[in-house]
Write a protein that binds this ligand. Structure first.
Ligand code: ADE
Length: 225
């Protein structure tokens, strides 16, 4: 899989993509992540990429041209399955979105900044718009990092044990059961006995029961979906 990310702040994405599972997935060639600085596609002599809003209003808008030029250059090299735009007014990004996107070959993610991007890019180029939650962050970069992380860990070869990803919270609309590791007793607090029984069937049943109880208590909305 290949993920191209368009941003005016490429340095913001250095650390999330050069650590842990995302780094390993790239080293193992399970994914290629390429970050593009939108400024490099500006034809303005000062590399300006933003301007005031038509009709007035506070805040700057990223211009259509450098974003469009970058996308045209990428599309000359390969076909893209989806062109995503990260925005607080997008569709809520969920585990199901991550599952679907992880099956694609090539995607582009556009990060907004300032007030956002010229709406003509959204109307004519973007195929899906995603929000990571009902709050506003400074730009789309951290949202793109969240989305990329959620996708990449599902790609075969990214995680050493894919069953770990498949058991995650939300994979089946259930929260994960509680987890424990050694020692069996810490500070007088004991691990549930069933987990030490070696009875895999009973443990599986306990996990499901706990998942259901936690989901009912903490996120009953997931059970309605
Ligand atoms: N850009 C700013 N806020 C955002 C959000 N909540 N989700 C996605 N992109 C954003």
């Amino acid at each position: 899989m290949r993920i191209d990310i368009l941003t005016v702040l490429p340095e913001l994405l250095d650390s999330p993509f050069n650590t842990s599972i995302i780094k390993r997935a790239q080293t193992k060639n399970a994914v290629k992540i390429v970050v593009h600085d939108i400024r490099e596609y500006s034809q303005n002599k000062h590399k300006k990429v933003d301007d005031y809003m038509f009709g007035g209003g506070a805040g700057m808008v990223l211009q259509a041209e450098p974003i469009h030029r970058c996308i045209v250059a990428l599309q000359a090299e390969r076909t893209y399955d989806e062109i995503l735009y990260m925005t607080p007014d997008g569709k809520k990004f969920t585990q199901s979105s991550a599952n679907k996107l992880s099956l694609l070959q090539n995607i582009i993610i556009i990060c907004g900044h300032y007030k956002g991007i010229d709406s003509r890019i959204r109307e004519h180029i973007v195929t899906q718009e995603f929000s990571i939650g009902d709050y506003v962050i400074t730009g789309g970069e951290l949202a793109a990092a969240v989305v990329t992380d959620a996708i990449v860990r599902l790609i075969p070869g990214a995680m050493s044990d894919i069953s770990s990803a498949l058991n995650d919270s939300f994979q089946d609309n259930l929260l994960s059961p509680p987890i424990y590791t050694r020692p069996e007793v810490y500070n007088g607090w004991e691990v549930p006995k069933i987990l030490l029984s070696g009875n895999t069937k009973a443990i599986e049943a306990w996990h499901l029961e706990q998942s259901l109880a936690r989901t009912r208590a903490l996120r009953p909305d997931l059970l309605d979906e």
